[in-house]
Design a protein around this ligand. Sequence first.
Ligand code: PLP
Length: 245
Amino acid sequence: MSDSVLMSLSPLQRLREVEQRVRAAEKSVGREPGSVQILPVSKARPAADIARLADAGVDAFGESYLQEAVDKIAALQSRHLQWHFIGPVQSNKTQHIAQYFQWVHSVSREKIARRLSEQRPVDLPRLNVCLQLNVSGEASKSGVSVDRLRALAEQVSGLPRLRLRGLMAIPARSGDFAQQRAIFCRVREASEALTAEGFVLDTLSMGMSDDLEAAIAEGATLVRVGTGIFGPRHRPRPDDVHSGQ
Ligand SMILES: *Cc1c(COP(=O)(O)O)cnc(C)c1O
């Protein structure tokens, strides 16, 4: 479908298009249909847009601007949605993340992990965590280096209120499929190295609107899709410290 046709569709219609892309990508590399989860990224979108997708049965959303996310989580509380924090985590954000989210994909420092564990309310299940890996060529400088990954994984596994689920990565944008795939391959290899060390991981959070096919070819279990579902984002938010977003 052409970009101009896609733009005239509703988020739900675009989600169906993304589902087709994901199913085709799974099939082309011989993966089980439905093995890749699509996480709609609703940052910079109003709660009403989320509610419409929730009406159609979508039950998990990704957010990266904390204050905005907390407001929407509160507004949509009665729907019992699952919320994934995917943005940069500074120390002053850990309390709200631990309180409002079920997942955080972007843990890259021991101090942040410790605070999230300490601040996770005791009446909630453990907080699901992915470690953000800094693959070379990454647009933002955030993420743990491959060298320090094992030590961080060990620390996070030992924290009582966290549950280590896998790895996440945000490669620099590239229009070249082979180049995209080469970076995602490094994430998969890092994950396999951890598995070989005895870590039990079930999540590879990688791939966005423009590179989800390459990510799926390298084993992504979850793709984070914003513009592909909701259309282009207009206003950058004050706490958007991601470059290239
Ligand atoms: C915004 C964002 C996405 C979605 O990106 P699109 O290109 O709009 O699909 C995915 N992951 C992270 C971490 C993001 O910040």
